[in-house]
Design a binder for this molecule. Structure first.
Ligand SMILES: [Zn+2]
Length: 107
């Protein structure tokens, strides 16, 4: 019996790694855009990265999780468009749009 090659077995892993690379790249682009003051472009990259992560059920890179606003998708830069405070062992990041995010403070 002629053997059929099973492409589907290696396919998902390839798709996942391409998606993960794209997210990584978008995260860098968002950071660069935010650094040069292009906040709207940074937002677009953040939104794209989130969409790809969601569709592929991939975790977001740590910097995209922490330094982006859940409400307006801005790439947050402490001292520029965000304030960072530490209260009761938590880090509170306030976006320029007024949204707060809280994270446990890792010691
Ligand atoms: Zn915001």
């Amino acid at each position: 019996m002629p053997g059929r090659r099973d492409y589907t077995r290696c396919w998902p892993a390839t798709v996942v790694s391409i998606a993960a690379e794209r997210i990584e790249r978008l995260s860098e682009l968002a950071s660069e855009a935010a650094a040069s003051g292009e906040t709207d472009r940074a937002r677009e990259y953040v939104r794209l990265a989130r969409r790809i992560a969601e569709r592929n059920r991939l975790p977001l890179p740590r910097e995209l999780k922490r330094f982006t606003c859940d409400r307006c998708a801005a790439y947050l830069r402490p001292g520029r468009n965000a304030r960072v405070r530490v209260e009761d062992g938590r880090v509170v990041i306030t976006c320029g749009c007024g949204a707060h995010s809280r994270y446990p403070y890792n010691r």
